[in-house]
Design a protein around this ligand. Structure first.
Ligand code: 16G
Length: 246
C-alpha cells in the first residue's frame, strides 16, 4: 500500500479510517498474509496521525484476529488460517454480548420464525402442557460478516409472545421485558455438518461442526429456551475453568 493510501478519505474517526483501510488492504490482497506491516511510528509519520491513534487501530485489528502483534518484532498480517475464537463455558452470555465484547458487529439472517405447535421434543424440553405453543426463532449468526453459527431457539409462547419483536438479540428482547435466564445446561457434541448447514456456514459438507444444546432457566426454575445450535468446528474453542472439588 502506498503511504498516501493509508487513510480512507471518507471522514469519521481517524483510527477507524486507518483500521478500515488496512482491513480493505487485507481483503483485497494488497497486504499479504503473514507479511510485516510498517512500524506504527512509520505509519504515524506518513499519515500525520498520532502514535496513539495508530496504536488504537492496530489493537482493534489484533483483537479481530486480522493482524498479529509480536513483541519486539512488530505487526504482521494474520496467516490464512482463520482466527479461532475462545468461548468461555462458565458464563451465561448471549451471542450478541460475546461478539460485541470482541468488537465485532453482529448480524443475523432469519431462517425461520413464528409461533408453532410444539414438536414432542420441544414439549418435553420446555416442559409444556398439551395446549401450549412455542415461538421459534432460527438464525444464521454472523460476526463481521463471517457466518459462525446456526441457532434454532424454541421458547414457550408465553415468554416470547411475538417472535417478530426480536431484533438483533433474543436475550436483549427478553431482558427488556424483565425475563432473564439465570442458569443453563449446555451439551456439546461433535458432528459432521450436513449439506444444508454447511452451505449456510460457507464450509464444505461433512466438515467438522459442534452441536450445542442449551436449556436455560429462569430464577423460578421455569425453562425459558431450548436452543439447538451448530457452530463451525474450524472456529470455536470452548474453554472452561475447572476446580478441585472438595
Ligand atoms: C447464545 C446461546 C443461545 C442463545 C443466544 C442468544 C450458545 C451455544 N447459545 O448463542 O442459546 O439463544 O446466545 O443470543 O451459546 P442473542 O441474544 O444474541 O440473540
Amino acid at each position: 500500500l502506498a503511504p498516501e493510501a493509508w487513510l480512507l478519505p471518507n471522514g469519521g474517526p481517524r483510527y477507524l479510517q486507518l483500521r478500515k483501510r488496512i482491513e480493505q488492504g487485507i481483503s483485497e490482497g494488497l497486504l499479504v498474509p503473514e507479511s510485516p506491516l510498517p512500524a506504527e511510528r512509520e505509519i504515524a509519520a506518513k499519515t500525520n496521525l498520532s502514535r496513539v491513534t495508530v496504536r488504537k487501530a492496530f489493537r482493534e485489528l489484533a483483537e479481530k484476529g486480522l493482524i498479529v502483534q509480536r513483541q519486539g518484532s512488530g505487526s504482521f498480517v494474520a496467516g490464512t488460517q482463520k482466527p479461532r475464537m475462545e468461548q468461555s463455558l462458565s458464563a451465561l452470555t448471549s451471542f450478541t454480548e460475546d461478539m460485541r465484547q470482541r468488537g465485532l458487529t453482529v448480524e443475523s439472517e432469519w431462517i425461520e420464525r413464528g409461533v408453532f405447535s410444539p414438536s414432542p421434543e420441544e414439549t418435553l424440553s420446555l416442559g409444556l402442557s398439551l395446549d401450549e405453543r412455542v415461538s421459534r426463532i432460527s438464525r444464521l449468526r454472523r460476526a463481521d460478516g463471517r457466518p459462525l453459527a446456526i441457532e434454532r431457539a424454541s421458547l414457550p409462547v408465553e415468554l416470547l409472545p411475538d417472535p417478530f419483536a426480536v431484533e438483533t438479540s433474543l436475550y436483549a428482547e427478553l431482558d427488556g421485558r424483565g425475563i432473564r435466564p439465570v442458569r443453563a445446561i449446555q451439551k456439546i457434541s461433535a458432528i459432521n455438518l450436513n449439506a444444508a448447514d454447511a452451505g449456510l456456514l460457507g464450509v464444505a459438507e461433512r466438515d467438522a461442526g459442534l452441536r450445542i444444546e442449551r436449556t436455560s432457566y429462569l430464577e423460578s426454575g421455569r425453562v425459558v429456551e431450548f436452543t439447538r445450535s451448530v457452530y463451525r468446528g474450524d472456529t470455536y474453542d470452548f474453554v472452561a475453568q475447572l476446580r478441585l472439588s472438595d
